[in-house]
Design a protein around this ligand. Structure first.
Ligand code: GDP
Length: 425
């Protein structure tokens, strides 16, 4: 499914995450030699359905489900070793051969139990709606230059000294936050000793490995987690994740130069959802929201939290197209709209009576906007069986045409169901 002229493709969520990247990456990575995660941690939750089996992948790229693909966790990722190895073991138990197919950057940072405690303390202070998996505090440590990288387990004596300092510091912060829990040094020492041999067996200079692969003409897919509107720079700050989810993050987080990347595919739902806190301008009214959530099964893959649901927001997607340099769009979950009579599409916003076509930087402004909707005709036909654009009802084609016109990016794939084969492209 890789286009012939593309060797190195970034796939990014172009709304607030949960766009169905897992399925898209699974379909496209059939032609990829390497699938790379470049940011985030086990807070992502990709769902891939193969036959009757459903796989939920948190950290390991969905390329693992194709037997010849090598999966890379790049330097931009933060890795919780216990959750990572349990994910790997579950895959092995379910018959997926993982041996020799997963490589971890020795520059990636570790998420340790004290990060999760700090996450709880921070969430108590400031309700961002994080997954409480220690991702934010691990990135804070990285940028505060006190992080612990995968490669640090090569010298356990030195690492244990670092841990003395980190645990003391974390416990001071927990006390200040009024938390009763404390991080245990012994527990951390035992943990790093336990995971060190397995981590070392997989650790490598993944930037170099990818560089060599690119030179050898291999196909590389860089898989973004979360969505562009959750990017720490370009998202709806502060209701964002702690990393650069956008395509620029792929270059930094995988250790490959931007000139190596020759395509950026933006994944968008045919409508919009958001989990966690922060504004969602095109949120549907109660009845319609409930419908979208029910039909689209809009509950978090990792947290089970209900997602807020609304209509396609062209301001959001046009913005994502700009900050990512999207070269194509993949529209997912078109089938979820099959039963609606009429489908609103947000084309711009009104802010204090003024028309706004671009995303405001200030989240309080975004909170106050009213969307301007265009009303599209529904198609009232099951699209799950369509495998070509021509097989879609006319109203669905008109809808898709309008989305690509508003986004100013051509549509390359349309997904019409959870299964691998339910794809047009
Ligand atoms: P990701 O984090 O972007 O990979 O998104 P998730 O995997 O959390 O959420 C996507 C959900 O939508 C999963 O349950 C998928 O199985 C499902 N899904 C993906 N594409 C489609 C589609 O075209 N139609 C329907 N109905 N479900 C889809």
């Amino acid at each position: 499914m890789f286009d012939a002229n593309v060797r190195c493709l970034v796939v990014v969520g172009s709304q607030w995450g949960d766009e169905g990247k897992g399925k898209l990456v699974d379909v496209i990575s059939e032609g990829a030699d390497f699938v790379v995660r470049y940011q985030g941690g086990a807070n992502a939750g990709h769902t891939v359905v193969i036959g009757d089996s459903q796989f939920i992948l948190r950290l390991i790229p969905s390329g693992i489900l194709h037997p010849t693909t090598t999966c890379v966790l790049g330097n931009g990722v933060v890795l919780d070793p216990e959750s990572f190895f349990s994910e790997l073991d579950v895959l092995s138990e379910r018959g997926i051969a993982t041996e020799g197919r997963v490589v971890i950057s020795d520059r990636a940072h570790l998420v340790l139990p004290y990060h999760k405690l700090l996450d709880l303390a921070e969430e108590k202070r400031q309700n961002i709606g994080t997954t409480k998996r220690g991702i934010g505090p691990a990135y804070e440590d990285k940028y505060g230059r006190r992080g612990i990288r995968v490669g640090a387990v090569r010298d356990l004596a030195a690492l244990e000294l670092l841990l003395v300092d980190r645990i003391r510091r974390a416990n001071e912060q927990l006390a200040l936050a009024g938390m009763t829990e404390r991080a245990s040094l012994d527990e951390h020492v035992a943990l790093v000793r336990r995971v060190a041999p397995r981590l070392l067996a997989l650790a490598a200079d993944t930037s170099l490995a990818l560089h060599r692969a690119i030179k050898a003409g291999k196909r590389i897919l860089l898989e973004g987690a979360q969505g562009s509107l959750l990017d720490v720079d370009h998202g709806t700050y502060p209701f964002v994740t702690s990393s650069n989810t956008t395509a620029g993050g792929a270059s930094v987080g995988a250790g490959i130069g931007p000139t190596m990347i020759d395509g950026v595919l933006g994944v968008v739902k045919a409508y919009t959802t958001r989990v966690g806190n922060g504004p969602l301008p095109t949120m549907a009214d109660d009845v319609m929201e409930e419908e979208l959530r029910r039909i689209g099964h809009e509950f978090g893959a990792v947290t089970g939290r209900p997602r807020r649901c609304g209509w396609f927001d062209a301001v959001v997607v046009r913005y994502a197209a700009r900050v990512n340099g999207l070269t194509a769009l993949a529209v997912t979950k078109l089938d979820v709209l099959d039963s609606f009579d009429r489908i609103p599409v947000g084309v711009s916003y009104l802010l204090d009576g003024e028309r706004l076509d671009e995303m405001p930087a200030d989240v309080t402004a975004l909170d106050r906007v009213t969307p301007v909707y265009e009303m599209m005709e529904g198609w009232k036909t099951d699209t799950g069986g369509a495998r070509t654009l021509a097989a879609l009802p006319t109203a669905a084609r008109v809808y898709l045409d309008r989305l690509q016109e508003l986004a100013e990016v051509p549509i390359r794939y349309v997904s019409v169901g959870t299964r691998r084969d339910q794809i047009i492209g």
